[in-house]
Design a protein around this ligand. Structure first.
Ligand SMILES: [Zn+2]
Length: 405
């Protein structure tokens, strides 16, 4: 039943190199599987008990309106889907490849599955460095980041990281909260390991659990209910009654690259027997750049659940670059592994997609990916702009969001 075991139907696609500048090879292994029973939810809960392994975040995009239309369409079977999906994923991979210079290969299993919840377009599960791997220690993480410091953002962000073998963060909702079991009052908690996706680990040059690099870096599944609802072209505009498939796929790849917050673990486990102590929740890589007004007092990143304002910062929280979402259950209704859903849209890693909306990587997306340890192409060349002019939209937005009291 699993994707990876479906060897007979697996098809390997080697993406053709589009230009000399695209040094990231995101290889896509496509497993097209038809109408499997939806098994995501029970496995999801079970895997969460491991606290880290399954963190990377599902249920991306919910459609905003026009639900009646596709209720009819979802009964259709589109036999052209595999080609559309494969081509769409290659385009999505190219969007990232065109922005990054890291010479790594990321393996992604891609498939279709009958996801019963009609509001879910797709699901992503990331592969993570094993927490027992010495590469997953905070010390290794910081050393790797600093050795991959290339940009001004990197220099600033890493200079504000805590020194020593452990880190502290604001956290709440845990069983060992000194304010009471499950209290949402924030407290300081100390940890020594970090949640790092294997894709991110590659970018950081960390020793992976599978040094051959042959293991999957994650699985992305799209719902068969949605295949007729996608615009696969990612052209200048998206059809007004369809979702941008290439943008949605690039969004999912963004989670695999490391845009995935451990706060979603805390949020989703809050009501379950698995929720556990603070030590069950490592901060993920991106969580070291997640701050709130609490951070202004002591510079610690904010790992708490709840609706309070959380923002991306590369200077220890002094200046906000963009707001994050804060959680499905205890937060604002969207997974914390996203930018805020408030308008204007921050970037590709926003939580929702609407009909006719083109989803593109923005400068703010790239700043986040940059400080995770990836290296950006400094300036898009004119060649790339021609080649990808219709695909990339560098909005150059650097609006500042000041922390609220
Ligand atoms: Zn997402």
């Amino acid at each position: 039943m699993s994707y990876i075991d479906a060897a007979a139907t697996r098809m390997q696609i080697n993406k053709s190199r589009k230009s000399g500048f695209t040094l990231v090879e995101i290889m896509i292994v496509v497993a097209i599987i038809g109408l499997l029973a939806a098994i995501a939810i029970p496995n999801f809960v079970k895997a969460r008990s491991a606290s880290q392994k399954a963190a990377c975040i599902a249920n991306l995009k919910q459609i905003e309106g026009a639900k009646a239309t596709w209720a009819l369409e979802q009964k259709k079977v589109n036999t052209d889907t595999p080609t559309d999906v494969v081509n769409g994923f290659n385009m999505a991979a190219n969007l990232w490849s065109a922005t990054l210079v890291d010479n790594i290969t990321i393996n992604i299993n891609v498939g279709l599955e009958n996801i019963s919840n009609p509001s879910i377009i797709g699901e992503t599960s990331c592969s993570w460095l094993n927490p027992t791997n010495s590469s997953a220690t905070y010390t290794s993480f910081v050393n790797a980041l600093q050795s991959h410091s290339r940009s001004a953002d990197d220099a600033s962000a890493y200079a504000h990281l805590q020194s020593g073998p452990t880190y502290s963060r604001w956290i709440n909702g845990t069983t060992d909260n000194p304010n009471g079991d499950g209290s949402l009052t924030p407290y300081n908690d100390t940890m020594n390991w970090v949640g790092i996706t294997t894709a991110n680990g590659k970018a950081l040059g960390l020793t992976l659990d599978d040094p051959s690099f042959s293991a999957s870096d994650g699985t992305i599944k799209f719902s068969t209910q949605w295949t007729n609802r996608f615009d696969y072209a990612h052209g200048l505009t998206i059809q007004s009654d369809k979702i941008d498939f290439v943008g949605a796929a690039a969004h999912e790849i963004g989670h695999l690259l490391g845009f995935s917050s451990g706060v979603d673990d805390l949020d989703s486990l809050y009501y379950t027997i698995y929720r556990g102590a603070g030590t069950n929740f490592s901060s993920n890589a991106i969580d070291f750049f997640r701050f709130s007004s609490l951070s202004l007092s002591n510079g610690l990143p904010d790992y708490t659940v709840g609706t309070g304002y959380k923002y991306f910062s590369v200077d220890g929280g002094s200046n906000a670059i963009a707001a994050f979402s804060t959680g499905v259950y205890l937060g604002d209704g969207s997974q914390a592994s996203h930018w805020t859903n408030a308008s204007p849209r921050v970037g590709l890693m926003g939580p929702k997609a609407g009909d006719g909306e083109k989803l593109d990587i923005t400068q703010t997306d790239l700043r986040a990916i940059d400080v995770l340890g990836y290296s950006l192409i400094p300036e898009p060349s004119s060649f790339l702009l021609v080649l990808f002019g219709a695909l990339l939209c560098f909005r150059g937005r650097r609006r500042s969001i000041n922390p609220t009291g």
